[in-house]
Write a protein that binds this ligand. Structure first.
Ligand code: GLC
Length: 405
């Protein structure tokens, strides 16, 4: 049987896009809930969300240039406002089907397609006032079955009307609401309409895990101990949607993030929040360009890579990624050491080493029996790399270690 994860594991890097009426608030995605707004109060955003500069080609080109291989867009977030032309509601952007515009633009750049669809809906009258609902202080008798029907109808629309969907993200199930959705039926529908689709955030019925704003130290594992497929979702500045006040992560921090995910067998889904007018802001574009510049030289150490075999423990300040097919190990040097670096477990195992960015040889020494261990003689089983005194100009240099057959 075809491995439905093959493209996902190869890709390692995708773009998450949080965009909707809340982008007008320029504060946070959950503002309707945090500020306990009524739908009438929130109408100022849904009425004024009118992306006159909508340019999904800009997003798609920026994602591609950064080295991303797929994207996931919020077609409906918890506020219930739809970016797609659903026939089951008027609570949507009416001038055009924005989801279609984004999907077309990313497909044209050769990226795979992912759709985020919120299970909760703070607008629908049959969605209960749960603990996170903006009207949580107002008690309510609620028959949620009409909402379940609405939910299933919309999921069917998304999975029918837009061609091949590679990933679907069902966000927002909590233990107190899990009974509402009928998760087995959603899974069966998704598999029927889109064979091979990858499903996330449907607790107990999903295909992979999506840790949020944290990177599992040792990766994630299935019950039988085999490595699990996973995707960490991360933000550029502490919020998902476009916000005005922010403290940005830096390009080296973002590169490290990508390496940390890959080195533990996971993907990085890096979020951007386009402005309500429909463009990525200048700083987001610059960060993506910075990532793209690193990827241009180093993407071999990311695509189709995973963590190193356990027999090669990572030296301090470094991370390994590993390409099994090429039998090649990549040493990502997060902080540049003095002239040399010792690689435990790699003595006698390496055929040739080079700096990945310039393809220039990196010399190494092996243990010499009979000599004392010290600056000239690494310990038995350890390989000692001789590094240039100063780090190459690109952040996070990578040494490519071709292992012996
Ligand atoms: C969390 C947030 C939600 C966001 C999601 C992305 O669940 O509550 O707003 O869309 O993370 O992973």
């Amino acid at each position: 049987m075809e491995d439905k994860f093959a493209w996902f594991d190869e890709a390692r890097f995708g773009m998450f896009i949080h965009w909707g009426a809340y982008s007008c608030g320029a504060r946070y995605t959950w503002l309707k809930s945090h500020e306990k707004m009524t739908t009438e109060q929130y109408n100022k955003y849904t009425d004024h969300f009118d992306p006159d500069l909508f340019d999904p080609q800009q997003w798609a080109k920026a994602a591609k240039a950064a080295g991303m291989k797929y994207f996931v867009l919020t077609s409906k977030h918890h506020d219930g406002f739809c970016l797609f032309d659903s026939k089951y509601t008027d609570y949507k952007y009416k001038k055009q089907d924005l989801l279609r515009g984004v999907i077309d633009a990313f497909r044209a750049e050769g990226l795979r397609v992912g759709v985020y669809y919120s299970l909760p809906d703070w607008h629908h009258p049959n969605y209960p006032h749960d603990a996170r609902h903006p009207q949580r202080d107002i008690p309510q008798e609620c028959d949620y079955l009409p909402y379940r029907e609405y939910l299933h109808n919309q999921i069917r629309e998304i999975l029918t009307n837009y061609g091949k969907i590679d990933i679907v993200w069902f966000d927002g199930s909590y233990p107190d609401t899990a009974h509402i959705w009928d998760m087995p039926a959603i899974r069966a529908m998704a598999q029927e309409l889109q064979p091979g689709i990858l499903i996330s955030r449907l607790p107990g019925y999903d295909d992979f895990k999506t840790p949020e704003q944290n990177i599992p130290q040792q990766g994630l594992f299935n019950d039988d101990g085999t490595p699990a497929h996973w995707e960490g979702c991360q933000v550029l500045h502490g919020e998902w949607c476009y916000i005005r006040e922010k403290k940005w992560k830096t390009v080296p921090e973002l590169i490290q993030m990508l390496i940390r995910h890959t080195s533990r067998g996971g993907n990085l889904l890096l979020n951007v929040g386009p402005t309500s007018r429909g463009l990525l802001d200048k700083h987001t574009v610059e960060l993506l360009e910075g990532l793209g510049e690193w990827m241009k030289w180093n993407s071999k150490a990311i695509y189709n890579c995973t963590g190193a075999p356990a027999e090669f423990p990572e030296p301090e300040g470094c991370r390994y990624t590993y390409n099994k097919e090429r039998n090649t190990l990549y040493l990502h040097i997060l902080s540049w050491p003095d002239r040399r670096i010792d690689l435990p477990g790699l003595g006698e195992k390496v055929e040739y080493a080079q700096l990945l960015c310039d393809g220039g040889e990196i010399g190494f020494t092996e243990h010499m029996p009979g000599n004392v261990n010290g600056p000239r003689n690494p310990a038995k089983g350890t390989l000692r790399l001789a590094l240039p005194v100063t780090s190459p100009e690109l952040p996070i240099p990578v040494v490519e270690l071709f292992l012996k057959k």
